[in-house]
Design a protein around this ligand. Structure first.
Ligand SMILES: [Zn+2]
Length: 104
């Protein structure tokens, strides 16, 4: 009996690893840094719309964006709760067009 294999990968697995690596090869720079004129190597593929286990959203390449570690940790996580990114660019303005501060 080996019940531990279920915890190995929660739907991610090698297919995602390959897809992620491919996306990072094609889009090597953080799109959120790029939006504010900063060039930073992306290390993570983030889902623009949190997939919350939805396979269609998860595998939708249009829903992917390359981000750096910092943006993935800070912005992406908070975005999950609020619906927009709290990231602020070098000019002090939010980088996410969905941010309430970007209206007008
Ligand atoms: Zn970044």
């Amino acid at each position: 009996m080996n019940e531990r294999s279920g915890a190995r990968q929660r739907g991610y697995g090698t297919a995602w690893e390959k897809a992620r690596a491919g996306h990072l090869r094609n889009h090597p720079f953080c799109v959120r840094c790029e939006a504010v004129g900063v060039v930073a190597l992306a290390t993570v593929v983030n889902h623009r719309t949190p997939h919350r286990g939805d396979k269609k959203l998860f595998w939708d390449k249009k829903n992917w964006e390359s981000v750096c570690e910092q943006h993935h940790n800070s912005a992406a996580q908070r975005e999950d709760n609020r619906g927009y990114s709290g990231a602020v660019g070098a000019d002090g303005w939010p980088t996410d067009p969905r941010h309430p501060g970007m209206k007008g």
